[in-house]
Design a protein around this ligand. Structure first.
Ligand SMILES: CC(C)(COP(=O)(O)OP(=O)(O)OC[C@H]1O[C@@H](n2cnc3c(N)ncnc32)[C@H](O)[C@@H]1OP(=O)(O)O)[C@@H](O)C(=O)NCCC(=O)NCCS
Length: 153
């Protein structure tokens, strides 16, 4: 598994990642081809900013882009993590591996000191991913389960 930047060649894969089953708890519809194209272009622009406020990295398994992980970075060095994997690739530990890798990226490359994440109460596998990646459940807010993680500096 490797986390890597997205390129224009990833547009079809990104569209598949944001398919119907995957967006169930994301508060959005599945992605069209045009939306995927715009999304990848937007992500590439975000990565050119200084400082970067939003990272989106592809989860690459043997040259197959199976998901994306996101890291939002605030000026107070607190970050926000989220992740989406293509249906059909779930239950193989990929999300956990990717989030663990992203946690390392957050404390090194992004220079963050703490992370937060949240999931819908019915999305139990997402909570499991966060627990396995070292996050602590801190409560519920706005109908979502909230997690946090302090990073080693
Ligand atoms: C949530 C998601 C990222 C999980 O990805 P994944 O690669 O399947 O996750 P992993 O395989 O690393 O771990 C899944 C864990 O959840 C567990 N799990 C799966 N379904 C579950 C369920 N219904 N209830 C409880 N646990 C469940 C698995 O057993 C595994 O835990 P284990 O290793 O202790 O057995 C993936 O399902 C996804 O992309 N969903 C759509 C997008 C989404 O919901 N993103 C999160 C937004 S907060």
């Amino acid at each position: 598994m490797a986390l890597r930047s997205l390129t224009a060649a990833d547009v079809p894969a990104v569209r598949r990642i944001y398919g119907k089953a995957s967006v169930r708890f994301l508060g959005r519809g599945s992605m069209t081809g045009r939306e995927a194209q715009e999304y990848v272009a937007r992500v590439q622009r975000w990565h050119l900013a200084d400082p970067v406020e939003q990272y989106v990295l592809g989860v690459d398994i043997g040259c197959d882009l199976v998901g994306v992980v996101k890291l939002g970075c605030r000026p107070d060095r607190h970050g926000r993590v989220s992740y989406v994997l293509r249906e059909g690739c779930w239950g193989r530990g990929y999300a956990t591996e990717a989030v663990r890798e992203l946690v390392g990226f957050a404390s090194t490359t992004a220079g963050l000191v703490s992370l937060g994440a949240r999931h819908h109460p019915d999305n139990a596998s997402s909570g499991r991913v966060l627990a396995k990646a070292g996050f602590t459940r801190i409560g519920a807010r706005d109908g979502m389960i909230e997690y946090s993680l302090l990073l080693d500096c």
